[in-house]
Design a protein around this ligand. Structure first.
Ligand code: COA
Length: 388
C-alpha cells in the first residue's frame, strides 16, 4: 500500500446559498482545490463525490457524471463516482479516494462532497434526512433526526451526570469557533442562555443544540506521498483511514448512548496510525446535535463515558484547551450540508496543520483527526492526518 497525502483543498462558504446552484457549489469548491494544488483539471485521474440526497433535495441523480461534466472533465472520460452513506457520504468519499491512490490504481484523485438542502421547504428536508434512519421502523412511526438524537440525549442524561448547561456549552464553544471561521454559516457568538431560551425542537434538544440546514461543497485532492511535493510545499499525510458500521435502528443497539461504530472506527484508526490520544492536537467530530459531540469525545476514547460534559464545561475542548474539538465551529455553527461535511472536516484539519486557520489556529498542531457519522451511527468514518 502506498502512502497518500493531501495536496490541495477548497471549500465554499456554508449557508443558505440561494444564488448558487448545486453544480455551481461543486465547481467553486473544486476550482479552489485545484488552485490550491496549482494543478490543472486534466491531471485528475478520478473523482469520488459524497452526496446524500440530491434526488430529493434538487431532483437530480447521476451525480458522479454531472459533476465530472460541469468540472469540464467529461471529455477526459475519467471515472467519477458518487458515494452515499447519509451524513457520512463525504468521509467515505475521502476514504475511497485514499484507497484508490494507496492501491496504485490512480495517482491524482479528487474527494469532494456537495449538498444543496435549502431549495425544499423545511418539512421536506426533515423527511429527506429521515431517510438516513430506518424508514420502516423509525421514520414511518414519526421519528425525525432531532427526535432520535433527543432519545439518545434523554438516555444519556438519565444515566450520566450531564447537566443541561454543560450540554449547552457544546454549542457555545462551537459558535465561538464558528465566529472565527470565514466559511461558517453562523458567525455570531452565543451564551448558555441563548441555548437554554431557544425554541424547543425535541425535548431536551433546543434550536441551538441542532445543526442547521445548509448548502455547501468542499473538495480535497490526494496523491501518492512520493509525488506530493510536485504540487505543494506542505503535503498532509493520511496516517489512518477507518470505517465501521452498526445497526441502522437505535432500538437494535446494545446501548443507544454509545455509538459502537465510533468506538470501532476510532480504535482501528489509532491502530493503523500507531498513535495514542496524546498525539492528537485537534479533532473535528460529528456534532449534528450537541449530545452527538459529547458521545463522540467519549466513544473515540478522549475521556471516560460520562465525563465529556465536564470536560467541555471546564474548557478542555476549547481552542486553548487540552484537546480542541470542532475548531471549524463544527456542524452546529459552520453548518451541515450533509454530503459535504466529511470533506469540510478534512479541509479544517488541513488548514490547522498548515498553520492557515487564522483566529482559530491551534499553535503547533501537527496531527488532527476527523470523525464523520451517518445517521445515528450506522456508518462512521475516522481519519488521522499529520504534517509530513
Ligand atoms: N441553530 C441556530 N439557529 C438556527 C438553526 C440552528 N440549527 N436553524 C435555523 N436557525 C435560525 C435561522 O437562521 C432563522 O433565524 P432568523 O429568523 O434570525 O433568520 C431561524 O432560526 C428560523 O430558521 P428556520 O430555517 O425557519 O428553522 P426551522 O425551524 O425550519 O429549522 C431545525 C430548525 C432545528 C428544525 C432545523 O435546522 C433542523 O432540522 N436541523 C437538524 C438537521 C438535521 O437533522 N441534520 C442531520 C443530522 S444527522
Amino acid at each position: 500500500m502506498r502512502d497518500v497525502a493531501i495536496i490541495g483543498i477548497g471549500c465554499t462558504t456554508f449557508g443558505e446559498k440561494w444564488g448558487s446552484s448545486f453544480r455551481d457549489l461543486f465547481v467553486e469548491a473544486g476550482a479552489l482545490a485545484l488552485e490550491d494544488a496549482q494543478l490543472s483539471g486534466e491531471k485528475i485521474d478520478a473523482m469520488y463525490v459524497g452526496n446524500m440526497s440530491a434526488g430529493r433535495f434538487i431532483e437530480q441523480e447521476h451525480i458522479g457524471a454531472l459533476i465530472a461534466d460541469y468540472a469540464g472533465l467529461a471529455t477526459h472520460h475519467i471515472p467519477s463516482t458518487r458515494v452515499e452513506a447519509a451524513c457520512a457520504s463525504g468521509g467515505l468519499a475521502f476514504r475511497q479516494a485514499m484507497i484508490a491512490v494507496a492501491s496504485g490504481m490512480e495517482d491524482i484523485v479528487v474527494a469532494a462532497g456537495v449538498e444543496k438542502m435549502t431549495d425544499v421547504e423545511p418539512g421536506a428536508s426533515t423527511d429527506t434526512l429521515t431517510g438516513a434512519a430506518d424508514r420502516e421502523w423509525e421514520g414511518f412511526v414519526g421519528a425525525t433526526f432531532p427526535g432520535l438524537y433527543a432519545m439518545i440525549a434523554t438516555d444519556y442524561m438519565h444515566r450520566y451526570p450531564l447537566t443541561r448547561e454543560q450540554l449547552a456549552q457544546v454549542a457555545v464553544k462551537n459558535h465561538y469557533n464558528g465566529a472565527r471561521n470565514p466559511i461558517a454559516q453562523f458567525q455570531q457568538e452565543i451564551t448558555i442562555n441563548t441555548v437554554l431560551k431557544s425554541t424547543m425542537v425535541a425535548e431536551p434538544l433546543r434550536l441551538f443544540d441542532c445543526s442547521p440546514i445548509t448548502d455547501g461543497a468542499a473538495a480535497v485532492i490526494v496523491a501518492p506521498l512520493e509525488r506530493a511535493r510536485e504540487f505543494t510545499d506542505t503535503p498532509i499525510r493520511i496516517l489512518a483511514s477507518a470505517q465501521a458500521s452498526d445497526t441502522i435502528t437505535l432500538h437494535d443497539r446494545r446501548d443507544i448512548s454509545t455509538l459502537d461504530a465510533s468506538v470501532a472506527a476510532g480504535q482501528r484508526a489509532f491502530r493503523m496510525a500507531k498513535l495514542t490520544h496524546k498525539d492528537i492536537d485537534l479533532i473535528e467530530v460529528h456534532d449534528c446535535f450537541s449530545i452527538a459531540e459529547i458521545c463522540a469525545i467519549e466513544d473515540l476514547g478522549f475521556c471516560k463515558k460520562g465525563l465529556a460534559g465536564r470536560l467541555t464545561a471546564e474548557g478542555e475542548t476549547a481552542l486553548n484547551g487540552r484537546i480542541p474539538v470542532n475548531t471549524s465551529g463544527g456542524l452546529k455553527a459552520c453548518g451541515h450540508p450533509v454530503g459535504a461535511t466529511g470533506i469540510k472536516q478534512v479541509y479544517e484539519v488541513v488548514q490547522q496543520l498548515r498553520g492557515e486557520a487564522g483566529k482559530r489556529q491551534i499553535d503547533g498542531a501537527t496531527i488532527g483527526m476527523t470523525h464523520n457519522v451517518g445517521g445515528t451511527g450506522a456508518t462512521v468514518a475516522v481519519h488521522i492526518m499529520g504534517v509530513d
